[in-house]
Ligand binder design. Structure first.
Ligand code: GUN
Length: 295
């Protein structure tokens, strides 16, 4: 039997509907809207597109969004000032510094400036540290990993006690998703480009999260039968049959994985729609906490 598809688009749509209704309630109760402040530095087209998508998604659910767009040559001081400006703005409840920042900018110093109460991207160094420490609670968890956890839950397969393999160790996906799986009591293996014998490691996974950034890298015959496969990849692959000349594919070779996996996400239509949805959810949460007087 082929794997069941975990439909990220449908899950995201359901959650966005709930967020839209809750934003309305917030407006009625407070007379104001939740606000997201976005800092974008430089003219990387992919980052500019993500920021446009985030702003559009905000509008659709009634969240106000404001962007500070700085030139690629912006100084460290200017980038940090943009973040501090949002910290002090009472109409802004969540702050996102779109990554990657240009090479001359000290990313950690910028992220450290974000007020913890407004760190809706969950990537302030203190929040990542709290995520990794027992008994500590981050104010927010990062968007993509949070979306991944919801999609795993959607499969109905218990995380507790499961063997989970994460391929990729990036700051915004691989590392935090591994920590979140550990916190949910999975037994987690983090693999990466230097891992020896990846297929054997993947073979042990009840849950596989592929976040390696290589098109169709994971093959179906690496998988354990019935595994939950969450594909975070979004890679462009040449496709002469498409008008654009390319199409988006994940990190998993979907065709060969489908007959082996128990549950699987598609690319596009899997993790992608969840990422922005989680950012919206965190922004609403931040606004509610700030309205309730939490620091
Ligand atoms: N760039 C790509 N994904 C992300 C993300 O989730 N957050 C931020 N801040 N930048 C990104």
């Amino acid at each position: 039997m082929p794997a069941k598809i975990i439909d990220g688009r449908a899950v995201a749509k359901r959650i966005r509907g709930e967020i839209g209704a809750e934003v309305d309630d917030f407006r009625k109760a407070t007379g104001s809207r939740p606000g997201l402040g976005v800092v974008l530095v430089g003219d990387d087209p992919a980052s500019a597109m993500y920021v446009r998508m985030k702003r559009r998604a905000c509008e659709r659910v009634g969240i106000r969004s404001e962007a500070r767009i700085l030139p690629a040559a912006a100084t460290q001081q200017a980038v940090e000032d943009a973040v501090r400006g949002f910290n002090e703005d009472p109409a802004i409840h969540g702050i996102l510094a779109q990554l990657p920042l240009p090479d001359h900018i000290d990313e950690e110093a910028v992220l450290s400036q974000i007020s913890l109460a407004k760190d809706v991207d969950g990537i302030h160094p203190v929040n990542i540290g709290r995520l990794g420490m027992r008994g500590r609670e981050p104010s927010f968890t990062p968007a993509t990993p949070t979306g991944v956890m919801i999609l795993i839950d959607e499969s109905g397969v218990p995380i507790e006690g499961a063997r989970a393999v994460v391929i990729g160790r990036s700051n915004i996906v691989g590392l935090p998703v591994a920590l979140m799986l550990t916190n949910a009591n999975a037994t987690v293996t983090i693999c990466h480009s230097r891992s020896r014998d990846l297929p054997t490691l993947v073979q042990g996974a009840d849950i596989l999260v592929a976040a390696v950034g290589r098109a169709e890298f994971v093959k179906g015959d690496w998988l354990k039968a019935g595994a939950v496969v969450i594909d975070v990849g979004s890679n462009s692959a040449p496709d002469a049959s498409s008008d654009k000349g390319y199409r988006y594919v994940g990190d998993v070779d979907f065709e060969s994985a489908l007959p082996v996996a128990g549950h699987i996400t598609k690319v596009p239509g899997g993790v992608g729609p969840m990422t922005i949805t989680m950012l919206l959810a965190n922004t609403l949460t931040a606004a509610r906490r700030i309205a309730a007087g939490c620091k």
